[in-house]
Design a protein around this ligand. Structure first.
Ligand code: ADP
Ligand code: MG
Length: 238
């Protein structure tokens, strides 16, 4: 029996209003949604629709104006900064559009970073990071720094870093936004495969139809609201 059917993320009446001077921007206008463990969930919509805002709330990077977010049965909207930082460290992996690798560090050192924060021993860190870099096909690039690698290679380092500590939830905001079509599929195949192997959960923000194809669960966002939600057959089969 798989435990694929239990909800890992629950969101209730989530709103986010930004105030700039006297102007109010309603970035999220009341979102209700549930994401199941093991799911690849795509937040899909045009630029400015509120996708990144939603992802940032789910990932505990920004506070909602109102509403509830529970992840793994923890109410992250109620946590203080310190609790949140700790929760993110143990539960989340991140893949960014612009890779966000540390430029002074080698590929290997970049992949080791999340494990440093988790207090993993030097030896084990090295071993795990090497294994991940091998997995993403960069065994011969471990000593390269970000500027010495292509965009696709840098994003594969980013993926290795996101998955290395086995977080239950991976967040990816337009992870292939800077990549060519061929590399986009490579990167998406790699992430999807890893999520499925580990029964982890991935939330991907995209405005790209081809990326949304990877989703088990697609949430269309428009003007800070859910326009439509759909599930691929495999994900809903019970
Ligand atoms: P998307 O990721 O779908 O392109 P965003 O979530 O980045 O959209 O933005 C949604 C809306 O919220 C946009 O109108 C944007 O201008 C606004 N917004 C996002 N972040 C901020 C911010 N920090 N301050 C003010 N407005 C913001
Ligand atoms: Mg965005």
């Amino acid at each position: 029996m798989s435990n694929q059917q239990d909800a890992i993320i629950k969101v209730k009446n989530l709103k986010k209003v930004y105030t700039i001077g006297s102007e109010r921007v309603i970035a999220l206008a009341g979102i209700d949604m549930t994401i199941k463990r093991g799911e690849i969930c795509c937040l899909f919509g045009p630029s400015g629709s509120g996708k990144s805002t939603l992802l940032n709330m789910l990932a505990g990077l920004e506070k909602p104006t109102t509403g509830q977010i529970s992840i793994n049965n923890a109410r992250i909207d109620k946590m203080n900064e310190k609790q949140l930082a700790n929760f993110r460290r143990t539960n989340f992996g991140f893949v960014f559009q612009s890779y966000n690798l540390l430029p002074a560090l080698t590929a290997l050192e970049n992949v080791e970073m999340p494990m440093i924060f988790r207090g993993v021993s030097h030896e084990l860190r090295r071993k795990q990071a090497l294994k991940m870099l091998q997995y993403v096909g960069l065994k011969d690039r471990v000593k390269h720094r970000p500027t010495q690698m292509s965009g696709g290679q840098q994003q594969r380092v980013g993926i290795a870093r996101a998955f290395v500590a086995h977080p239950p939830v991976i967040f990816a905001d337009e992870p292939t936004g800077n990549l060519d079509t061929h590399t986009t599929y490579e990167v998406m195949d790699m992430m999807s495969k890893m999520v499925k192997e580990r029964n982890s959960t991935m939330i991907i923000v995209t405005h790209d139809n081809e990326i949304a194809e990877y989703g088990d669960h697609i949430i269309k966002i428009r003007d800070g609201k859910i326009l439509e939600e759909s599930w691929r057959d495999e994900a809903t089969a019970t």
